[in-house]
Design a protein around this ligand. Structure first.
Ligand code: IMP
Length: 446
């Protein structure tokens, strides 16, 4: 099918990992194109639950190649441990390559991440970003400052020492970080175990595309955490958008066949930043409980809220979603009504429908206008059984109406619905929910 990009359409944690794993059945390659151990992709296999932080979910399937692409920042020791844990559990069934261009997160980056948050806190507590403290921001800063250590350096100890000398010279403000010799020694075991996986990855992708194989680009983080188009400064440090997936992988835009936006039927956010549709109080706690809304990486409780169509339309504009996967619809089962934000009103009375304020503070002060849709029943075993047997026909009519509404209002057809954590709990709807997508490309002169 060519290149298919999976993008989180909200603030992360939309169950992208689950959807990518489902789609991986038809793929030959699954590629992580950005981010690193800040991600936590939960996949429920027949053998048990797996949380992948740095590995693409393709490694879980026979005959699938997982690729850690150039755009990633990877923590070598954590990655080595993730591989070995999967191997020990007998779940590392595919194969893996790691780009020599991917950057390494070093202990100094982790120390810097904490130090930066402390600096923000000491100036103004509300400036704290609530990062995952995995060293992501500082590793990307070094990448763009050209101080970074790439995996091609990491696996050559003399080169690693040279690069570290330079990097440390650029950070005289950091105290109490392990000295360079200790870092080289500390990383040597993980680096030598990872070395066999390290190679040029772009030619592997180009060759697969040329053979006509399906290449899945597995997004991490999400559109609204994009460093440029998200809720800056409450964002991550790379581009989790569809364009970022191409830069991060080295694949050209013309090869993209589909961009799948993954959105929950409601919304969550972890860390700081504006969240216009946030729900607090008893109902918020109910959604947190029902949805198991606790961060897979940091264990932090996620804030919860209603689906926000202003942000979804915006995300669709800059990602070019060709279809949507709507996840966790089971969590809302049993509620009388489901509010969905269809527009914002600003403090000056302006109405916004597609483009939220770029300023985080202004976004925090909009008032969402909700349309309330009828709720659907709880997802009891009987309903799940019927959906598995009969497909879309067995979906509660109120849920169908909700999915149609989301497709129509976002102008992106809903193609999949996910109603549980397991591999089987996903239903393909075809392109019926919402309007058919108009052809985006027309022939020259036609
Ligand atoms: P960083 O990516 O660790 O620098 O964190 C920056 C912001 O992005 C924080 O608000 C994090 O909570 C958020 N974030 C980073 N990765 C994820 C993720 O995978 N899911 C949800 N939020 C994330």
């Amino acid at each position: 099918m060519g290149v298919v990009v999976v993008v989180g359409a909200q603030f992360g944690d939309e169950a992208k990992g689950k959807i990518t794993d489902y789609l991986a059945e038809h793929a030959k390659l699954v590629v992580r194109t950005g981010g690193g151990p800040n991600a936590g992709h939960t996949i429920v296999l027949p053998e048990g639950k797996v949380v992948l932080h740095q590995l693409p979910c393709g490694v879980l399937r026979h005959g699938v190649l997982g690729v850690c692409a150039p755009g990633m920042v990877l923590d070598p020791k954590a990655l080595d441990e993730e591989i070995r844990t999967l191997q020990d559990r007998g779940l590392f069934k595919g194969s893996l390559v790691i780009s020599e261009r991917a950057h390494a997160i070093l202990p100094v980056h982790i120390a810097e991440d904490a130090w930066e948050e402390q600096q923000r806190s000491s100036v103004r507590p509300s400036s704290v970003l609530g990062t995952t403290l995995r060293g992501i921001g500082p590793a990307y800063a070094d990448r763009y400052g050209r101080w970074g250590v790439r995996f091609g350096d990491l696996i050559r100890p003399a080169r690693l020492a040279d690069r570290l000398e330079l990097m440390y010279a650029a950070k005289p403000y950091l105290k109490d970080v392990p000295d360079q010799a200790r870092v080289v020694a500390d990383l040597s075991e993980a680096a030598s175990r990872l070395a066999p996986y390290v190679q040029p990855t772009e030619p592997v992708l180009w060759a697969a595309v040329e053979r006509g194989e399906t290449v899945l680009l597995e997004g991490a983080q999400s559109a609204l955490l994009d460093v440029d188009f998200g809720t800056y400064p409450y964002v991550t440090s790379h581009h989790p958008s569809s364009a970022g997936a191409l830069v991060g992988s080295g694949l050209p835009p013309a090869e993209v066949e589909a961009v799948i936006g993954v959105t929950k039927a409601y919304a969550t956010r972890v860390g700081a930043g504006p969240f216009p549709t946030e729900v607090t109080g008893e109902l918020g706690e109910y959604l947190q409980r029902e949805g198991g809304e606790r961060g897979a990486t940091t264990g932090r409780v996620r804030q919860v809220g209603w689906l926000d169509l202003v942000l979804l339309r915006y995300a669709s504009h800059f990602n070019g979603f060709t279809s949507l996967a709507v996840t966790k619809v089971d969590v809302l089962g049993g509620l009388d009504e489901i509010p969905v934000a269809v527009q914002y009103v600003t403090p000056t009375g302006e109405t916004l429908t597609d483009y939220p304020p770029a300023d985080a503070d202004e976004l925090a002060h909009v008032t969402p206008v909700y349309e309330k849709l009828p709720g659907w029943p709880k997802f009891h075993a009987n309903l799940i059984h019927r959906i598995r047997e009969e497909g879309a026909r067995a979906l509660p009519p109120e849920l169908r109406r909700f999915l149609d509404f989301v497709g129509r209002e976002s102008r992106v057809p809903v193609e999949w619905v996910s109603y549980g954590a397991g591999r089987d709990d996903t239903l393909w709807l075809g392109r019926t929910a919402g309007p058919p997508k108009p052809a985006r490309l027309t022939a020259w002169g036609g």
